[in-house]
Ligand binder design. Structure first.
Ligand SMILES: Cc1ncc(COP(=O)(O)O)c(C=O)c1O
Length: 381
């Protein structure tokens, strides 16, 4: 048989799928994969069923239903004080992943370089490679997981076409500051370098800290695809509805690809989300909701031997095992899932060029009983 010439020869099953499978195999509590184990607001389910019964079951318009695009524009204006035109600058996508994939396809041709930061979210590298692009990883600084902008400036070449940002950051929970945005703007000024900004955890921020979108910087806004997902904000990861904000010219190019990659996105879900967003609490309350979960988790973690700094955002908490006797995160998470009935995520798969620091990731988008049971299993380590 002829061997298949893979475009992704080094890509394996994601660590999230691997650790979730092991959780099932060993009957462990799954604090590994990043999805809620609870249902969304029942009103959202009711309106979904309402719109399905109201015959909203055929193709939506290619850029997304008007009501949802308008609701997204209002939400972004409300939270970031930045305007995007619902008609020409907002596109509804099948989750953030499709938006990231489409933005990459829009921008990246063979041998173009894309600067990414490690720990790196697993989808970025294969999506860049599928388009013939080259991944240029820069490791976040070890202790605070901040970006060293002089390393970014040094990494820019004639081939750099995009910088892929993730803020708030999975798995570190860090957020870019105004200084970061200013540095980024300075570095790309006058260059044909675009920004893809993955902001899916935009509403999950804690301790009165707010997410600062790349779109708030006027020079960055002109060159950015800003991407988010309702999966995280409304506890509906399985609905796969997200969006991309970009200036008119970039959106026009993005939609050329979007119309043939997916054409349009689940119609009743779009109407239902548009309805729910009319109440701003639907997205403004999610930070407080997850802060309570983070606090439940960290109170329980104080009774373990792990060290940690409480997450500033997202629904992930990193815990430090550098003082414990494990060679790496993979051996720790394998030990935990097989012997301690808890499945967590090691950081090694998030690193391409540097050795992963000694942290593992806990997902706290879980009901409090699941969290308490899971962490109890870490107590005597
Ligand atoms: C940083 C980041 N980007 C994108 C996604 C994917 O979002 P979606 O499910 O809307 O495609 C995730 C999901 O875990 C994520 O953590």
């Amino acid at each position: 048989m002829e061997t298949f010439n893979s475009k992704l020869p080094d890509t394996q099953e994601s660590i999230f799928a691997v650790m979730s499978k092991k959780a099932v195999e060993f009957g462990s509590v799954n604090l590994a994969q990043g999805f809620p184990d609870f249902d969304p607001d029942p009103k959202l389910i009711d309106v979904l069923s309402y719109y399905a019964k109201q015959h909203k079951n055929q193709y939506a318009p290619m850029p997304g239903v008007q009501e949802l695009r308008e609701a997204i524009a209002n939400k972004h204006l409300n939270c970031q004080s930045v305007n995007y035109c619902p008609n020409s600058e907002i596109t509804v996508t099948a989750g953030a992943t499709q938006a990231i994939s489409t933005a990459i396809s829009t921008l990246i041709s063979k041998d173009d370089e894309v600067i990414v930061f490690e720990p790196i979210y697993d989808a970025y590298e294969p999506l860049i490679q599928l388009n013939g692009g080259k991944v240029i990883p820069i490791t976040l600084e070890t202790t605070e997981f901040s970006i060293n902008w002089s390393k970014v400036a040094d990494a820019i070449s004639d081939k750099t076409r995009a910088i892929l940002i993730n803020t708030p950051h999975n798995p570190c929970g860090t957020m870019l500051t105004q200084d970061d945005l200013n540095e980024l703007a300075k570095i790309i000024k006058g260059k044909k370098v675009y920004i893809i900004s993955d902001e899916v955890y935009e509403h999950i921020t804690f301790d009165k800290k707010q997410h600062l979108s790349v779109s708030t910087h006027p020079e960055l806004k002109e060159k950015a695809f800003v991407i988010s997902s309702f999966g995280k904000t409304l506890h509906i990861t399985g609905w796969k509805v997200g969006y991309c904000l970009a200036p008119k010219e970039l959106t026009a190019e993005f939609r050329k690809a979007h119309q043939f990659i997916v054409y349009s996105v689940n119609t009743p879900a779009q109407y239902a989300i548009a309805d729910i967003l009319q109440n701003e609490e639907s997205y403004l309350s999610v930070g407080k909701f997850y802060q309570e979960k983070r606090d439940t988790l960290t109170a329980k973690l104080l009774g373990t031997n792990f060290k940690f700094k409480p997450a500033k955002s997202t629904y992930f908490q990193l815990i430090d095992y550098s003082h414990l006797n494990y060679d790496d995160g993979l051996s720790l998470t394998d030990f935990l899932v097989e012997n301690k009935s808890i499945s967590l995520i090691p950081l090694e798969p998030f690193y391409k060029i540097s050795r992963a620091p000694k942290f593992v990731r806990i997902c706290f988008a879980k009901n409090n009983t699941t969290l308490q049971t899971g962490i109890s299993n870490l107590i005597d380590l």
